[in-house]
Design a protein around this ligand. Structure first.
Ligand code: PEP
Ligand code: MG
Length: 560
């Protein structure tokens, strides 16, 4: 039995078997080769090895999970023989005298991009297959694969987490780190929890875990990766951040008991559904939920949230192989608005950059991406992308109660520019006789100290302020929210942050605007009294926190 400790994300206890996620996309170097025939032969050998592995895995999967799910490995084996792919690799080796790894890597990117650009969803999905096969070829070329040709067990270790998840009923995903796009693609039905060696509790990966109701512990440390293996029994307590690998019987029994008690408590909270969010002394507060995808609306409704306080629309882009079209976006936004049946839905415009990178945006590498071209700065420099999203949003406004929110505001002139683009979009829709709601709220995020300090100038321009405490903390305390090593320095209750929120609340109310908090701090019940005394009108949290927050509000007396 081995114990580890990290930062617990969304509270729950999970007990199951580990599925280790190891990245295959190592950086490939271009090197010159003199003996071209030897390099071609090396490629052929790697192909043979990869084919053997895939046959072995296919046979094993056939026995364990049946034909339907095993089929993918057979398809991959056949794709290894694709004439176009092989000709491209051979051609590069011959004409450019490059190493096979480099030829495979470039060919993989070209093929995957070509598939990803196709309109057909089936063909788009093939992009992932090409990457998968190429990853296997690279591994065989590097020699990592040699033993595994004879050993199905070793071969099995290289298959991706997704494959493992498909093959086992329910697993605890264990990884060095997960990108937000990987977290969003985790299948909730099969993933009991995830544990990462790196990562911080304020990262988008952690936020997604909360939004998606997945118990998680992050920042467990490197030694965890050495100790965990596929199939090992593992307990994840995301209340305390404790991990136990190979638990003894006594520990597992105790944790099962904790799990049952936890479920019972969550069940009791269900009784609060339909009740008002009002403190003992009569102060009302709106409790909303944050979402990252259309699918999250189900949890919002199940937890009886008062609306959606933040829809992180960038995940529509992150999940897509190319810029989502106006029509695709309109369909998604309309669906969310209609599902919420007249309750307020605040959709935030694209907030990429920093930790949320998307290949097809072709953004330059930056020294300090959190201080770089991100969020509204991208939208204002790429108006075609911004206008497409705004058109989709305004069109959707005719189907519900929409607020459009703009991230990373630092100045009055930015807001003026944004409002001008909104007016342009609305005028175009009017001219084409496309319906939209003229009363759509304009919301800005207060997530930079600059925005809070000039909130008296910003408030008259908008309907609503939404405080993004995740970034406000990062920028006020000069603490990279991605860096787990800085967590000991990260005082989320720091007086500077609270003063900036209070200042923004005063200025919002002085100009008839509302103010809410949609960052992770909104779920911190120890600050609830402070926030409500400042006059915060709305708290927007991950859906599983809505009922616990309602419970806390109803027990609070602001007069004491
Ligand atoms: C925030 O910064 O608090 C916020 C809500 O936005 P995000 O976490 O997506 O950056
Ligand atoms: Mg933010």
């Amino acid at each position: 039995m081995t114990r580890f400790k990290g930062k617990g994300i969304y509270g729950a206890v999970a007990i199951g078997n580990a599925a280790v996620f190891k990245r295959q996309d190592e950086q490939v170097r271009r090197t010159h080769v003199d003996d071209i025939e030897a390099e071609l032969a090396r490629y052929e050998e790697a192909k043979k090895l990869a084919a053997t592995q895939l046959s072995e895995i296919y046979e094993k999967a056939l026995k364990e999970v049946g034909e339907a799910q095993a089929q993918i490995f057979e398809v991959h084996r056949m794709m290894l023989e694709d004439a176009g792919y092989n000709a491209s690799v051979a051609n590069m080796i011959r004409t450019q005298s490059v190493n096979a790894e480099y030829a495979v890597s470039v060919t993989a990117d070209n093929f995957a991009n070509r598939f990803a650009a196709m309109g057909d969803a089936y063909m788009q999905a093939r992009a992932a297959d090409v990457k998968d096969i190429s990853g296997r070829l690279l591994s065989c070329l590097s020699g990592h694969g040699e033993k595994s040709a004879q050993s199905p067990d070793a071969a099995d270790k290289r298959i991706s987490a997704q494959e493992k998840i498909q093959r086992q009923a329910q697993v605890v995903v264990c990884a060095d780190d997960l990108a937000p796009s990987e977290t969003v693609s985790l299948d909730k039905e099969s993933v009991l929890a995830f544990v990462t060696a790196y990562g911080s509790s304020n990262s988008h990966t952690a936020i997604l875990a909360r939004n998606r109701n997945i118990p998680a512990v992050v920042g467990v440390g490197e030694d965890f990766l050495k100790a965990v293996e596929d199939g090992k029994r593992i307990i994840v307590d995301s209340y305390t951040g404790e991990i136990v690998i190979d638990p003894d019987e006594e520990t597992e029994t105790a944790m099962r008991k904790k799990q049952e008690e936890d479920l019972h408590k969550k069940l009791l909270l269900q009784e609060l559904k339909g009740k008002e969010n009002v403190t003992l002394d009569g102060t009302k507060v709106n409790i909303c939920a944050n979402i990252s995808s259309v699918n999250d609306v189900e949890a919002v409704l199940a937890n009886d949230a008062g609306g959606i306080g933040l829809f992180r629309s960038e995940f529509l882009y992150l999940e897509s192989p190319d810029y989502p079209t106006e029509e695709q976006q309109f369909t998604a936004y309309r669906k969310v608005l209609e599902s919420m049946m007249g309750k307020k839905v605040i959709i935030r415009t694209l907030d990429i950059g920093a930790d949320k990178q998307i290949d097809y945006f072709n953004l330059d590498k930056e020294e300090n991406p959190a201080l770089g071209l991100r969020a509204i700065r991208i939208c204002l420099t790429r108006p075609e992308i911004f206008k497409t999203q705004l058109r989709a949003l305004y069109r959707a406004s005719a189907f519900g109660n929409l607020g459009i929110m703009f991230p990373m505001i630092t100045s009055v002139s930015e807001v003026e520019k944004i409002l001008a683009v909104c007016e342009e979009v609305k005028a175009e829709l009017k001219e084409s006789v496309v319906p939209y709601d003229e009363k759509t709220d304009v919301v800005i995020m207060i997530e930079t100290p600059a925005a809070a300090l000039i909130s008296d100038r910003l408030a008259p321009l908008v309907n609503f302020f939404s405080v993004g405490t995740n970034d406000l903390t990062q920028y006020t305390l000069a603490i990279d929210r991605q860096n787990v090593k800085l967590e000991p320095f990260c005082d989320t209750h720091h007086e500077a942050i609270l003063r900036l929120i209070e200042m923004s609340a005063k200025n919002a109310h002085a100009h008839g605007a509302w103010i809410g908090i949609c960052g992770e701090l909104a779920a911190d019940t120890t600050l609830m009294k402070t926030f409500l005394r400042m006059g915060i009108d709305e708290l927007s949290v991950s859906a599983p926190f809505v009922l616990p927050l309602r419970d806390a509000v109803r027990k609070l007396d602001l007069s004491k």
